[in-house]
Design a protein around this ligand. Sequence first.
Ligand SMILES: [Zn+2]
Length: 245
Amino acid sequence: MAAATATPLCASTLPPHYSNTSPKSFNHSHFTVAVPRNIFSSSSISSLRQSKTTPLSALPSVSAAATTALDAEQAPSEVSATPSKALPFRVGHGFDLHRLEPGYPLIIGGINIPHEKGCEAHSDGDVLLHCVVDAILGALGLPDIGQIFPDSDPKWKGAASSVFIKEAVRLMHEAGYELGNLDATLILQRPKLSPHKEAIRANLSELLGADPAVVNLKAKTHEKVDSLGENRSIAAHTVVLLMKK
Ligand SMILES: [Zn+2]
């Protein structure tokens, strides 16, 4: 996610369109990808759950976690995505930033926005969906999107970020929570988002399986200062409230 790296972390974080029920092929704007069967079981996610004593470097890679998950499907589940403390409400925050470069599509909330630049990323570079995923994962006490979908894995190249949203929503329900409400803020100098806000909000609501009334989207400029204000990057913040079902 850091724009300072050649390949943004969350960029490589994005897997192809993904279904946890059956292998599928998805066509997402400029790419088509094959989708593996459930690669993120609760056990694999739990193994990724960051403890106070586990350094990030000690966490398993995604591919290793996926292998473990497949193996674990044969054995009784010993862990789940259920947070260790069952709170009636859980709050999560997500942040993401991508560098804007010519030659890339600008995809925000799954919607292709006409612009002379797009997000340079290993995946589709959807800054909004990435930070929504991180907000949900954060509320559940899970590791961030970069740890679950590492950019070191070429299978996520060109992936649609909707895959991550669907996986985060699956984990949310598995943990016994539902979306209370979501509030997101996009920060970009150009293009103007007002003509696209409703389409983005509608698509995001659908991906989340939520009523659009609980999904709010705001957009603002960066007053022409710094990379955001100079049309060299785009950022997003998201806060979610999850409620125990
Ligand atoms: Zn990102």
